[in-house]
Design a protein around this ligand. Structure first.
Ligand SMILES: [Zn+2]
Length: 136
């Protein structure tokens, strides 16, 4: 049995297009700023813009809150000892697909994971231990 939990997620949207999902408002803003779609569209072919919407009808980036069901899953983080970066290995309990996502030194547990197996994006919350945390 997989445990599911209601959770508020923060979505970074450019107008109606959703680009990033995060567990906190601040990390959603940070993810938008790191995203290839964020930037001056005149200078960068992949960028849609770098303006933040101020009003509801305004064009630009905004952070929206959504309430979703997330599945709590155990993950495995494989780090290289030198720089704290590595990969997070996990398995979607809904479709059985296994994934390996990038893990950076800034990433923290629990980590938000996504699988495109259902019509609506399936959100998962990865909990676990980083390998190497245990005493030798
Ligand atoms: Zn899946």
């Amino acid at each position: 049995m997989t445990t599911t939990q209601k959770k508020t997620l923060y979505v970074g949207r450019w107008n109606d297009v959703e680009y990033v999902y995060a567990l906190t408002f601040d990390s959603a803003v940070a993810s938008v700023k790191r995203h290839f779609a964020y930037g001056n569209s005149n200078e960068d072919d992949y960028a849609v813009g770098d303006a933040w919407a101020s009003g509801e009808s305004d064009s630009g980036w905004r952070i929206a809150e959504i309430e979703v069901d997330v599945s709590i899953i155990k993950i495995e983080i494989l780090l290289s000892n030198q720089d704290e970066t590595g990969h997070v290995a996990w398995l979607c309990p809904a479709c059985g697909e296994s994934y390996s996502d990038e893990w950076t030194a800034d990433d923290k547990l629990p980590v938000l994971l996504m699988c495109g197996c259902s019509k609506q994006t399936k959100f998962l919350l990865g909990v676990g231990k980083r390998k190497g945390d245990a005493a030798h």
